[in-house]
Design a protein. Structure first.
Lengths: 108, 122
């Protein structure tokens, strides 16, 4: 089955840039979606279809996808960005929705 | 659009979990979406359980396929999850959600219900 690999944690100082990766075999050929989950809350989509932002998501948050790695980039990181982030794809071979293991973003 | 899960918070091992998702602001008869169940064990990541399409077709996570069923109550705009033969490993927050359908494929999940914690314990 298809596997998505994320680093368990990423730490960044306020005002700096955070990059969260999502690795998968030829993931560049798939549509990747990213979710932010704050403690005690349901996930919220922040990027869909590789690099599209839903309304209400700040321009500081962007996505890219190529080769074997998709990346969520958050510039000018703020304390409010501290959360768990998950990537997600659809595995067409197994016909499964797949989530990465999640990355905890800590703002120092 | 809002989704709201309802069901028991505590279920005994070996029993069956039944959850219902009430949808307001959209119709589960829409051909543009799937309607999904996703769970999250305490302190762990997200796991897709399965989804339902208005045509009646369902897809399930292969790790749960032998124990799970998703069905719809179209007149009441609700869909339900049944998970049989529960063990402690099924303890999780269960979310219902709308899954965008593009080119006959599942894409992203939006929105999610608030989630309901189900504990499996005697």
């Amino acid at each position: 089955s298809y596997v998505l690999t994320q680093p368990p944690s990423v730490s960044v100082a306020p005002g700096q840039t955070a990059r969260i990766t999502c690795g998968g075999n030829s993931i560049g050929r798939k549509a990747v979606h990213w979710y932010q989950q704050r403690p005690g809350q349901a996930p919220v989509v922040v990027i869909y279809d590789d690099d599209n932002r839903p309304s209400g998501i700040p321009e500081r948050i962007s996505g890219s996808n190529s080769g074997n790695t998709a990346t969520l980039t958050i510039t000018r990181v703020e304390a409010g960005d501290e959360a768990d982030y998950y990537c997600q794809v659809w595995d067409g071979i197994g016909d499964h929705v797949i989530f990465g293991g999640g990355t905890k973003l800590t703002v120092l | 659009l809002q989704l709201q899960e309802s069901g028991p918070g505590l279920v005994r091992p070996s029993e069956t979990l039944s959850l219902t998702c009430s949808v307001s602001g959209d119709s589960i008869n829409s051909r543009n979406y799937y309607w999904a169940w996703i769970r999250q064990p305490p302190g762990k990541g997200l796991e897709w359980i399965g989804n339902f399409y208005y045509s009646g077709s369902t897809k399930y996570n292969s790790s749960l396929r032998s124990r799970v069923a998703i069905s719809a109550d179209t007149p009441n705009n609700q869909f339900s999850l049944k998970l049989h033969s529960l063990t402690a490993a099924d303890t999780a927050v269960y979310y219902c959600a709308r899954l965008f359908r593009i080119a006959s494929r599942p894409y992203w999940v939006d929105p999610w219900g608030q989630g309901t914690l189900v504990t499996v314990s005697s």
